[in-house]
Design a protein around this ligand. Structure first.
Ligand code: URA
Ligand code: CA
Length: 433
């Protein structure tokens, strides 16, 4: 088999066989096929697409390019959730204990990464003592005992994806549905998920800016999952404005605590219940989404969801008293209000720019080496559709400096107030299963 022929075949719009796909993924991973040939193939895929069989084949080829996590010692159906990323997306912190509280095992491997705020692990590390450096054995035992544990990234997972993603990044081939879908799904499958729930975001703060693109990506991922024997569902949700009210690490932990107590922001609560219901159905603990939802709502009201968070934090060395004493979470030294310059209705809170403002305060990492400040961030007091009086606080800035003029300027430039009223944006656009 020759890489040249594979490139030519895809260039001419013909589907590749599983053997051809295995050949190039294996050769690329072990270095026998060079970057320039894979670049040409990625560009050919960008223009010619891949059919369902090819998408499933490239996903599994990437899964088998490195280590895979074996969760078979954990009882029950392991359901993982993936979000395509957004601003102030606190859902994992809510969902993990919430679905664990109805008996769905949550065996989560998570990372730090770059972004407006830290990753799930950074957020959890705002809880004093909490750590994710546990052995695989301890991880399995904790999930069997408490239905929930989080471990830092272990093993050499999907090296083919790492290499290919890096190459796509510099060859203008990131934005290809078959390549994005296989990239994301390969990582979920390699980390041991039996079933997968996807939260595909759309809007200013999302990777997929339009609803059409988000729908296409969601459908592609659901079909890959189902074709390779992992039941998969997806939700397309709004990321035109930040989700919930808090954007920041410790601040989002606080927000997750409120939500698990049934006192969280409306949109975060709703999205958590929507995604959580899918996880509970796929986990085999309920027959319908309605039944699953009412189990989750019950546990938010009867205290079982918040108790699960406490058990989870303590089991991994964390001080669970933060749940009832939020002042024990990292607290910034100063707060400032962003006062409305005029009265009216909030029309826009541009998610990615607001996320960038949080990063300017130190809530996220610009480069891998950046230090992250777990105490800082933003808390919205108003969301799109709300009325604000002149001088009223639109949001509160939590900072460890008094130099917040540039942050304020960025915020003012990305929040639009107009005199006419406007509906709140729809939160969940579509459910795909
Ligand atoms: N995220 C991924 O993990 N892979 C892609 O290709 C794009 C976004
Ligand atoms: Ca939030």
């Amino acid at each position: 088999m020759r890489m040249y022929d594979i490139i030519a075949k895809k260039r001419d719009g013909q589907p590749l066989t599983q053997e051809e796909i295995d050949f190039f993924i294996e050769g690329y991973t072990n270095g026998s096929i060079p970057d320039y040939q894979v670049s040409a193939l990625a560009m050919a895929v960008f223009f010619q697409d891949m059919n369902e069989e090819e998408r499933a084949a490239i996903t599994m080829a990437m899964v088998h390019s490195g280590d895979t996590i074996d969760l078979s010692d954990i009882n029950g159906i392991k359901v993982d959730k993936h979000s395509t990323g957004g601003v102030g997306d606190t859902t994992t912190l809510v969902l993990a204990p919430l679905v664990a509280s109805v008996g769905v095992p949550v065996a989560k491997m998570s990372g730090r990464g770059l972004g407006h705020t830290g990753g799930t692990i950074d957020k959890l590390e705002s809880v004093p003592g909490f750590h994710v450096e546990i052995s695989s054995e301890e991880f399995v035992n904790l999930v069997n005992q408490n239905q929930i544990a989080v471990i830092g990234q272990t093993g050499n997972l999907t090296p083919a994806d790492k290499k290919l993603y890096g190459l796509r990044d510099v060859t203008a081939t990131v934005n290809s549905i078959p390549l994005i879908a296989s990239s994301i799904m390969s990582k979920k499958i390699a980390s041991g998920a039996d079933a997968i729930v996807l939260d595909v975001k759309t809007g200013a703060g999302a990777f997929m800016k339009s609803k059409e693109e988000a729908e296409e990506l969601a459908k592609a991922m659901v079909s890959i999952g189902n074709n390779v024997g992992r039941q998969t569902m997806a939700v397309i949700s709004d990321m035109s404005q930040p989700l919930g009210l808090a954007i920041g690490n410790g601040l989002e932990v606080q927000e997750a605590i409120d939500t698990l107590k049934g006192q969280g922001p409306e949109d975060l609560t709703e999205l958590s219940l929507t995604l959580g219901s899918q996880m509970v159905v796929l986990g085999g603990k309920a027959n319908t989404l309605e039944e699953a939802r009412s189990m989750l709502e019950d546990n938010m009201k009867n205290g079982k969801a918040i108790q699960k968070l406490k058990d989870f934090l303590s089991a991994q060395g964390g001080d669970a008293s933060v749940v009832d004493h939020p002042e024990r979470l990292p607290v910034a030294s100063q707060t400032f209000d962003l006062e409305a310059k005029e009265a009216g209705y909030i029309h826009e809170i541009v998610a990615d720019e607001i996320g960038h403002a949080a990063m300017m305060l130190g809530a996220g990492r610009e480069t891998k080496e950046s230090e992250i400040d777990l105490s800082v961030g933003l808390v919205l007091n108003k969301k799109v559709g709300d009325y604000v009086e002149k001088g009223e606080s639109i949001l509160t800035i939590h900072a460890n400096t008094s130099e917040v003029e540039l942050v304020k300027e960025k915020l003012y430039n990305n929040i639009t107030i107009k005199s006419g009223n406007i509906d709140k944006p729809q939160l969940v656009y579509q459910i795909i299963s």
